[in-house]
Each structure stands twice: as C-alpha cells, then as structure tokens.
Design a protein. Structure first.
Length: 94
C-alpha cells in the first residue's frame, strides 16, 4: 500500500475477511479501462494458502468475491434443522 496500490490480500483484510459463504474460486478483479470493463480471475483460495502470489490491484479496481449458492443453501438447511430439533425438544419436555 506504500506505492498507493492495494494487493488482493490487503483488500480482503480491509474488508474484514471473507464470509463463510464466499465462493473463493469465483473471485475476480473488475477493471474499467479505456477499452471498457475487463474481468481478471483471481485464485484467492491459493493466495490465502500462500500457494499463489498476491496480485496487485490498480486504482479504481473492484475485487469481487461472489457468494456460493451451495454454501448458502447448506447453511440455511443446517439452521432449519437446528430450529426443528429445538422445537421438537421443547415439545417433548413434559
């Protein structure tokens, strides 16, 4: 950040990390240039494991980390199961 540029890891840290439902494999940098908008895939999962080099972002770049529909559905299903189990245990107590 000394040179005025942010890396992907710095951007993630400034955002407070990723969410538990983040699709790390779908991460990309969105850049608007004179030729229009371009998207660059980022191997965030590998960067977080130090298996790939950190990527420097340019001014006005957007780091996009999408939500994983599978993780979101699994989390919601688990919440529903816990609520059902809690309700059943309350009803079972005489």
């Amino acid at each position: 950040m000394d040179s005025g540029h942010l890396t992907v890891l710095q951007a993630i840290a400034l955002a407070g990390g990723t969410t538990r439902t983040a699709n790390l494999g779908g991460t990309r940098i969105i850049h608007r240039g004179p030729g229009g908008i371009s998207e660059t895939p980022v191997e965030l999962k590998k960067i977080l494991k130090a298996k790939s080099p950190d990527v420097t972002m340019q001014a006005d770049d957007i780091l996009f980390v999408p939500t994983s529909a599978t993780k979101l559905f699994a989390g919601r299903a688990m919440e529903a199961a816990m609520q059902a189990a809690t309700a059943a245990s309350i009803v079972a107590i005489p």
